[in-house]
Design a protein around this ligand. Structure first.
Ligand SMILES: NC(=O)C1=CN([C@@H]2O[C@H](COP(=O)(O)OP(=O)(O)OC[C@H]3O[C@@H](n4cnc5c(N)ncnc54)[C@H](OP(=O)(O)O)[C@@H]3O)[C@@H](O)[C@H]2O)C=CC1
Ligand SMILES: Nc1nc(=O)c2c([nH]1)NC[C@@H]1CN(c3ccc(C(=O)N[C@@H](CCC(=O)O)C(=O)O)cc3)C=[N+]21
Length: 386
């Protein structure tokens, strides 16, 4: 396969993308982003400016991906937006800041992670987060609770970290187990009941100043409201915008389509893109003919969790594609028997788009880098250290 991809490594990556700008213009734009940044970050991250009850969709309502296999032939022309390298650069800058903090005030940022249950993917993500903390010198604490633990047990851990002054960021890994079975032995009866971990209640209890995931409703609400500043922006959306800006893609005035509207990715991504003055369309599982909308988009950010949803012919030539989707699919030829794929049929899209993120190695590493950045931010804010 002929591959003419280009790796975008540096902040001012010299790539001209159709939805974006020439590099010199990108430079000016970035200067403007630095100067008008609404949310402070010690690292000069550039991403910050910046009916509720749905019936489950029936299979016919779903906008399902085309069943024809991904077409591999042809030549890729898109620049590869190398999230792994960009995240590495950000982690190096964080490591320098952390050591400056230690030197100057004798303190380092601290992150606490609470994991309930034994989902393998969650365990991997949590391990990656803890390893990343270690790499940059951030202290990390980890609580692993069993699948059938009570809500009180989760809340207890959370409050402990909320009150620990050496911890500046607290997160509860999602998803929480849906239901667990408990036994109540009372006299000669054994009652079996299902208990539920209330995600809303638990996320509401994360101390606002330590909400490094940016999932607290007050942080999301402030992100949505003009003139308000959230203390933290969710890591994945922030990582997506950071990738766009560092790749020289202009957002202002562009038509951005976000596929997915979840609280943790789709919704905050659409809000953040609006903060950057894009015109934003949101697609979801009930959207009809999504390909007609994506074909109009300068920027497509997809977070549906549906492999091969976005085909080459869903894209306008020259569009920029950010693929958040991360799905494990069986692959006997790979080391662990599976591999990760995104929402985008990469080979097709790379022949139409001007720039594209790979999976793995695109948004995922940025999510973790943004978590470290938010934790550093939290610590510097609380220690009044700039
Ligand atoms: N790389 C990273 O750092 C991260 C990756 N992820 C990955 O991103 C993906 C999305 O995660 P998350 O937001 O938590 O997932 P959710 O399942 O919470 O949300 C998925 C969203 O996609 C929409 N959707 C589902 N199917 C379709 C479809 N066929 N067409 C259009 N929209 C569709 C849903 O619509 P509706 O609302 O109508 O149901 C929903 O809004 C997953 O693959 C996840 O693993 C997530 C977080 C971080
Ligand atoms: N409270 C909470 N915060 C989260 O940020 C959160 C969460 N819950 N639940 C699950 C999702 C998912 N998520 C990812 C993080 C990193 C990668 C990542 O690093 N991916 C690598 C591959 C990792 C691997 O090898 O498996 C990559 O794409 O290159 C992916 C997905 C964070 N999430």
């Amino acid at each position: 396969m002929m591959v003419t991809t280009m790796l975008l490594r540096s902040k001012m990556a010299a790539v001209k993308v159709a939805a974006g700008v020439a590099p010199h213009k990108g430079l000016k734009l970035m200067e403007r982003y630095f100067s008008t940044q609404v949310l402070k970050s010690p690292l000069s991250l550039m991403s910050l400016d910046m009916p509720d009850i749905w019936a489950p969709p029936s299979p016919t309502d779903y906008c399902s991906p085309s069943s024809s296999p991904c077409n591999f032939s042809g030549q890729e022309t898109a620049a590869v937006i190398d999230g792994k390298s960009i995240a590495e650069e950000i982690r190096s800058a964080i490591a320098i800041e952390v050591s400056r903090m230690r030197r100057c005030i004798g303190k380092v940022p601290g992150l606490a992670v609470i994991l309930v249950g034994q989902r393998r993917d969650s365990q991997t993500y949590v391990r990656n987060k803890i390893n990343a903390c270690e790499e940059v010198g951030i202290k990390s604490l980890f609580s692993e609770l069993p699948e059938d633990c009570t809500e009180d047990a989760v809340v207890r851990e959370l409050l402990r970290y909320n009150n620990d002054p050496s911890i500046h960021g607290v997160l509860v890994q999602l998803p929480l187990p849906k239901q667990s079975i408990s036994f109540l032995v009372c006299f000669s009866c054994i009652a079996i009941y299902l208990q539920h971990l209330d995600e809303e209640k638990i996320l509401n209890m994360v101390k606002l100043e330590k909400d490094v995931d940016g999932f607290h409703p007050v942080n999301i609400g402030n992100l949505a409201m003009r003139g308000r500043e959230p203390l933290f922006v969710s890591c994945t959306p922030k990582g997506c915008i950071e990738l766009l800006i560092r790749s020289g893609v202009e957002i202002m005035g562009k038509h951005a389509v976000v596929i997915g509207r979840s609280n943790i990715v789709g919704l905050p991504t659409s809000l953040l893109l609006q903060r950057h003055h894009a015109t934003v369309t949101i697609l979801h599982a009930f959207s009809k003919s999504p390909e007609l909308t994506t074909r109009e988009a300068d920027i497509v950010v997809t977070a549906a969790g549906v492999p091969n949803l976005v085909r080459g012919d869903w894209l306008k030539p020259g569009a920029v594609v950010i693929d958040v989707g991360t799905c494990p699919i069986e692959d006997p030829s790979s080391e662990f028997g599976y591999r990760l794929v995104g929402d985008v049929c990469y080979e097709e899209a790379a022949r139409v788009a001007s720039a594209i993120t790979p999976v793995p190695g695109g948004v995922g590493p940025m999510t973790i880098a943004m978590l470290l950045a938010n934790t550093l931010d939290a610590a510097q804010r609380v220690c009044d250290f700039n």
